[in-house]
Design a protein around this ligand. Sequence first.
Ligand SMILES: Cc1cc2nc3c(=O)[nH]c(=O)nc-3n(C[C@H](O)[C@H](O)[C@H](O)COP(=O)(O)OP(=O)(O)OC[C@H]3O[C@@H](n4cnc5c(N)ncnc54)[C@H](O)[C@@H]3O)c2cc1C
Length: 291
Amino acid sequence: MGRYEIAIIGTGPAGLEAAITATVRNKKVLLLGSRESSLKVSKAHKIANYLGLPEIAGADLAAAYLKHIDAMGIQITEDKINAIYSMGDYFVLQGNENVMYEADAVILATGVVAGKPFPGEDENLGRGVSYCATCDAALYRGKSAVVIGYAPKEEPEAEFLAEIADKVTYLAMYPEETSFTRENVEVLRVKPLSIVRDGRMKLVTDQGEIESDGVFVLREAISPKQLVPGLATDGPHVTVDLQMKTNLPGCFACGDIAGTPYQYIKAAGQGNVAALSAVSYLDMKKRSGGK
Ligand SMILES: Cc1cc2nc3c(=O)[nH]c(=O)nc-3n(C[C@H](O)[C@H](O)[C@H](O)COP(=O)(O)OP(=O)(O)OC[C@H]3O[C@@H](n4cnc5c(N)ncnc54)[C@H](O)[C@@H]3O)c2cc1C
């Protein structure tokens, strides 16, 4: 696979615009996310303030975005990134199923994480709390786990976990019917409140406690602090300057993750700035004798 020059995480307006700009500047780009995951775009009824496209429906804007990247030959690598590690001179990105990618620079365009982590979630991350069922499933052979799934697309992850674990309790946090085939998956419609580590893991819900060996929280986006160790944040947002630089050299952030207002045109504009800043960073590194 080799090392990419710029890895972009997120396929909303910020990430797509960053990918377009970086491609125009001839960089080797890895765009990670999903063709179908720009949900926030397709959900908008009508957008009134997008320059040049008055009263466009969200679904039409989403289709126009995809048409644009297809026309430029930009591929989306369908994967969810669970962790990004700065190695000093480059970054290692961990995808689902422990697939690893490398890039000289990264652009975070993952949107904003709705809601706060559950009490006990941050403290127990890596000690019974996980964000990636396919990465950690092997640890649950013959054990039990609770999965909190925020979208139907998380069901295959829970099903895979159930192939290895004895029992999976799946909390469906959405109204759609679930479609599990394995009998060792129990689906509950209860509200999680907190996570406690008391020998085993206890998930406290509005209808009692569920005991297990581990709790998987599968949200669309992972909070930036958990995604990139050492990243400076301000609440749910990454701290950036006007060039979309973060505190980590070579790491940039744009769109909702970089702060309010949450607007399409601002997200796309920041994606453009982040890509140009990443290009300058790479050029400077090259000039100063780096790779
Ligand atoms: C219902 C609704 C209506 C709205 N209406 C308007 C409007 O009329 N006008 C307006 O200007 N704005 C509107 N907004 C706000 C607008 O949707 C956001 O400001 C915009 O989508 C932000 O773009 P973004 O690229 O930063 O993030 P997002 O659009 O949230 O995209 C982030 C992407 O990153 C992906 N991702 C997240 N984490 C990972 C990971 N770890 N690995 C891989 N991929 C990941 C997500 O799946 C998602 O596709 C609306 C929002 C909603 C919810």
